[in-house]
Design a binder for this molecule. Structure first.
Ligand code: TYM
Length: 335
């Protein structure tokens, strides 16, 4: 059976190493697997669940597309497009809103984290965000979804919504239950200054993350300044439990090099950070440098990005429309 892969990234500022290692790099690996059809979206409808400046939103949309292309997503093999260009996402989201239950959404930890104490003042969209995410996936009947660990709960919800739709409308197997693809050493890249927090686009401290738009000099400086501790490098992975910052740097090294965490620990056992950090910086420059340069080159040619996104939207529409039409039929809409 053909694997159909769907994933998305929000066009909010500061695309970072976590987005790259946890998601975008894996998009490319999946595209290169035979028998796999890949659809990668810039999810601007999700971005507006919190206020956005319109001009910046447009620029950031191109930035995510540039990151996909620079990382190696090939628009002749994969579909790259912008969510708001395919209205089927929003239409299916409405139908699925009437399938999902309030209680399911109330359990979503990301909403609780993002809304904090201000849940009453959050947009309805922020609360409903995971239903739109389910629609993104199901409108293509995608079977596999590569994401970072922070999206795990949302994917479980997408599976629940798919199963509930199939039962409620008596259409067994209509929506496949999508499988998350989460894993590897970089499923959750942590903040460079606080190993207990996730690396995030919204952290006010710029040296907490490596941005894909950073220069090579800044990249090296941020690695040198990353928080560590006074001990030497561990000799065994078990010693990493209470050293979250060191664990994070070792996992980043593993993800960039393709080595296992165990192999990285063995390579640097007992060494000082004066040895490890320059090696990590060299590795980061070698593997991320070309992606960062290619991204800047794409961003210098917005017309090329726009043309790719337009073609992508046509192809995405062609996939989504028949599935939306079948869904409407199952629901009983007149046509
Ligand atoms: P977003 O834009 O927050 O993040 C994009 C992708 O990057 C992953 N990620 C990380 N991975 C490892 N370490 C980190 N510190 C880290 N931070 C972010 C995210 O898990 C994600 O894979 N809701 C999604 C976008 C979305 C989507 C979808 C994804 C909308 N519809 C349908 C899959 C399928 C989001 O906000 O991602």
């Amino acid at each position: 059976m053909t694997k159909r892969v769907f994933s998305g990234v929000q066009p909010t500022a500061n695309l970072h190493l976590g987005n790259y290692l946890g998601a975008i790099k894996r998009f490319v690996e999946l595209q290169n697997e035979p028998g796999t059809e890949c659809i990668y979206c810039v999810v601007d409808l999700h971005a507006i669940t919190v206020p956005q400046d319109p001009e910046k939103l447009r620029a950031q949309t191109r930035e995510v597309a540039a990151a996909y292309l620079a990382a190696g997503v090939d628009p002749s093999r994969s579909i790259i497009f912008v969510q708001s260009n395919v209205s089927a996402h929003a239409e299916l989201a409405w139908i699925l809103n009437c399938v999902a239950r309030m209680g399911w959404l109330e359990r979503m930890t990301q909403f609780k984290d993002k809304a904090g104490k201000n849940a009453e003042r959050s947009s309805v969209g922020l609360f409903d965000y995971p239903v739109l995410m389910a629609a993104d996936i199901l409108v293509y009947k995608a079977t596999h979804v590569p994401v970072g660990e922070d999206q795990k709960q949302h994917l479980e919800l997408a599976r629940d919504i798919a199963a509930r739709f199939n039962t409620d409308f008596n259409v067994e197997g209509f929506f496949p239950l999508p499988d998350p693809i989460i894993g590897g050493p970089a499923a959750r890249v942590m903040n460079l200054q606080d190993g207990l927090k996730k690396m995030s686009k919204s952290d006010p401290a710029d040296n907490s993350r490596i941005n894909l738009t950073d220069s090579v000099d800044v990249l090296v400086r941020k690695i040198k300044k990353a928080k560590t501790d006074m001990l030497p490098m561990p000799s065994h992975v078990d010693e990493l439990h209470d050293r979250p910052e060191v664990d994070n740097l070792i996992r980043i090294y593993a993800a960039l090099s393709g080595l296992s965490k165990e192999a990285v620990v063995a390579e640097f056992a007992g060494a000082g950070f004066g040895v490890f950090k320059p090696k990590l910086a060299d590795l980061a420059v070698e593997s991320l440098g070309p992606v960062m340069t290619a991204m800047a080159r794409y961003l210098d040619d917005p017309a090329q990005i726009d043309a790719i996104l337009r073609t992508g939207a046509e192809r995405a529409n062609a996939c989504a429309q028949p599935i939306l039409a079948e869904t409407k039929k199952a629901v009983g809409f007149w046509s």
